[in-house]
Design a protein around this ligand. Sequence first.
Ligand SMILES: *Cc1c(COP(=O)(O)O)cnc(C)c1O
Ligand code: SF4
Length: 328
Amino acid sequence: MQKEPIAWTEELRRAFRDPLALAEHLGIPLSSLPELPIEPDFPFLVPRPFVARMRPGDPSDPLLRQVWPDRREAIHLPHEMDDPVGDDHARKCAGVLQKYEGRVLLVTTGACALACRYCFRQNYGYEDTPHSDTDWDAIFEDLAGDTRLREAILSGGDPLTRTDSVIARWVARIEAIPHIETLRIHTRLPVAIPSRVTPDLCSILDATRLRIVVVVHINHSAEIDESFTNAMSRLRGCGATLMNQSVLLKDVNDTADQLESLSFALWRAGVLPYYLHALDPVRGSSRFRVPDHVGVELVDEIRRRLPGYLVPRLVREIMRKPSKTPLG
Ligand SMILES: *Cc1c(COP(=O)(O)O)cnc(C)c1O
Ligand code: SF4
């Protein structure tokens, strides 16, 4: 008999919240890891299914690098910002960002299942994220009044940290707006905790008239394993279109070989590469920075090696531009 997967909520409860415990679990001496910050401004959170894909004993593991806090986070370069992508400017009201025509992004929660050290929204003011049904009512009324909208994007934080019943309510209210055709979900949860793709979630997505796009966030081929692939099959089974966005990160995925492996691994899991984001200059992230010209050369190289549909678009998000900006 197949073993019942551990419920995702339980996985979240059992996640590592202390870097020392994670280092010990992986059998890596602290002396071989980057020094920890004295007062980290960003929490540590890594669920066990993600840890299971790290190589024990390897301080340069690319998954570990994405989550390991580092004293260099205290280095704030002059061009780095708390709000590197101009979210403040795009805020229509609490919880609603509109930067691009026809698409509105809902900041549904500040919570994530994984704390990525390079996260561009790590300083976002989540305090006023709408919570009650009444807060959300006002937002959905607003969307209903804007007939130029075609697509609503659930983002955050990670919308899939909310329960299936909350998601069912969001879907029902978006579905009730006739001009919205597409519901997009930006999430890293199926990567962090694949069992989050529950049968209930699939039923909700299967039943709606909305076209569903799920955009996951994977940076390295080692993040893709059988449990993730199975979660993607479940989502495909309910008709969702599956895509991935990555961030180009120094010493994680900044080689043509890794970007090529990542695209093929995504393809085998039924996911198409969508964006490769140049790192947003969020405060304290300089150790992850890859110069734009290197990004352009890497993508030129993988364009030679891969079918066009496996080449992600290298983009940078520049404040107040009407779309993400292609870099080459
Ligand atoms: C990135 C982003 C989108 C989606 O842009 P696409 O190019 O359609 O993927 C929408 N709204 C905001 C605020 C964004 O940052
Ligand atoms: S999952 Fe996304 S929003 Fe959450 S910490 Fe990682 S990059 Fe940031």
